[in-house]
Design a protein around this ligand. Structure first.
Ligand code: HEC
Length: 175
């Protein structure tokens, strides 16, 4: 009798365990596919879907962006300052000018863009992350240097850079 009870308990525990980890996995997938990812990012080059690990959307701002397309850093003075640093550190400044007004590469202040979608957060994110065919290299984490996954801008940094770019320009809303 005692032994039987033990077996039942053990079985219950095992089944419970299996269910537990199983549903955790499924929950994780659902969170990645449903709860977090709501806008579909595409490459500026060819419109192909951009595969970015859901884990890289790891700050409240990054999560908000991938859910809504809004960039919480637009108009945020601290974030704009941080974005300016990244703009300098990653040489955007060398090609696009200190205030994104344009130098050897086009200005980024708008309202006209070579790629019209860069008037939006989503479009500019896609361009910075994955580059263009016309001389703008991918700056996203892991894409800048194929042999160094640690090289490149984090999602959160791209959003700050966009906030800096917008702070100089004709387009400073949050579309
Ligand atoms: C080596 C020079 C170079 C660097 C560094 C560079 N860019 Fe560019 N960028 C370009 C060129 C050239 C283009 C035009 C690309 C084209 O016509 O396809 C461009 C285009 C863009 C565009 C699209 C402009 C439009 O009118 O549609 C954005 C946005 C942009 N760059 C942002 C950045 C940011 C942010 C950084 C830094 C993280 C950066 N770039 C670094 C050369 C550069």
């Amino acid at each position: 009798m005692k032994k039987h009870l033990f077996l039942v308990t053990l079985l219950g525990a095992l089944v419970g365990c299996g269910q537990g980890s199983g549903s955790n996995d499924a929950g994780g997938d659902k969170a990645a596919a449903g709860d977090i990812k709501k806008i579909d990012l595409v490459a500026t080059q060819d419109g192909a879907p951009l595969k970015i690990d859901a884990k890289l959307f790891d700050t409240p701002a990054a999560k908000e962006f991938i859910s809504t397309g809004k960039n919480p850093y637009i108009g945020d003075e601290e974030a704009i300052k941080a974005g300016k640093k990244v703009f300098n550190l990653y040489s955007c400044v060398a090609c696009h000018g200190g205030h994104a007004e344009g130098a050897v590469a086009p200005g980024l202040t708008g309202p006209e863009f070579k790629y019209a979608k860069n008037a939006t957060n989503k479009g500019m994110f896609e361009t910075i992350w994955h580059g263009t065919n016309g001389g703008m290299g991918a700056k996203g984490l892991g894409l800048m240097q194929p042999d160094n996954p640690a090289e490149g801008l984090k999602v959160d940094e791209v959003l700050k850079v966009i906030a800096f770019v917008r702070s100089n320009g004709a387009i400073n809303g949050n579309e």
